[in-house]
Every structure is written in structure tokens, then in C-alpha cells.
Ligand binder design. Sequence first.
Ligand code: FEO
Length: 163
Amino acid sequence: MLSKKMYDVLNAQVNHELESEYVYLQLAAWSAAQNLEGFASWMKHQAEEERVHAMKIHDFIIDNGNEVELSGIDKPKLNIKSPVDVFRASLKHEQKITKNIHDCYTVALAEKCYRSQVMLQWFIEEQLEEEATAKSVLDKLESLKDSPSSIYWVDKELKKRGA
Ligand code: FEO
């Protein structure tokens, strides 16, 4: 069994990952409505990854003999007005999730929960990669300044994910 403190942060993290799935689905919906097929496809792939993240922690909690307790998921608070905003929102969200994961790891250290530490190390590396990926696309979009031809080019590049 996990300690109460360890359980509470990991159980909350299941919800944070499911919230991430919602965020990316909303970003995919905005992109699809603008006919940005590559952006929409990239965001849908990311939403699927977030579900996998949630289930990794979900299954870890169950394997430890605890019960997962789901809570409600709020409507994503996004204010997207341009393609560059899509990746600004993605990076901002990932930075928040990185903090959540680091907070979980802090608890795992304090509780001497070695198995949670090992499980969370995967997430620490994953967050580094997710932030770097979002930042790299954002940097491209910001340097290209939302011009129609550059957005078309980035959209084509984004479509390659999972292809
Ligand atoms: Fe599961 Fe993108 O954080």
C-alpha cells in the first residue's frame, strides 16, 4: 500500500493527466475548425499520449493495492486566437504538469517510497521531452510570425507525427 501522502499526490496526478488529455482535445478541435489538419492531428496524438500517462499512474496505484478515485475534469481554460497560441498553450500546460510531477517526486523522497521514485523518473524525463518539443515548435512559429505560407509549412510538418 502507498502512504496516504503518496497516494493523494499520485491519485491527483491521474486527474492532471486526464485534464491534459482534455486540453489537447480542445486544441485539436480549435485547429480542425481552422482547417489546420497537421496541428489537429498532432494535438490528437498528444491527447492519446496523455491518456497513456494517466493509465500508467492509475495502474501503479492499483498494483500497490490502493483504489483510484477519479474526480471531475474542468472545461479547459484556453484563449486561442492564432496557431502560435496553440503551442503557447501546450508549453504553458506542460510546464504546469512538470511542476506537478516534481511535487510528486518530492513526496516520494520524503516518504522514502522507492517504487514511486522509480515510476516517476520516467515522467521526469518525459516532461523534459514534452516541454522541449512544444518549445521547439513554438520557437519556429514565433520566428515565422504567423504568415500564411509559414503556417502552411509548419502544418505539413506537424502532420508527419504518427504517420
Ligand atoms: Fe502527461 Fe504532457 O504531460
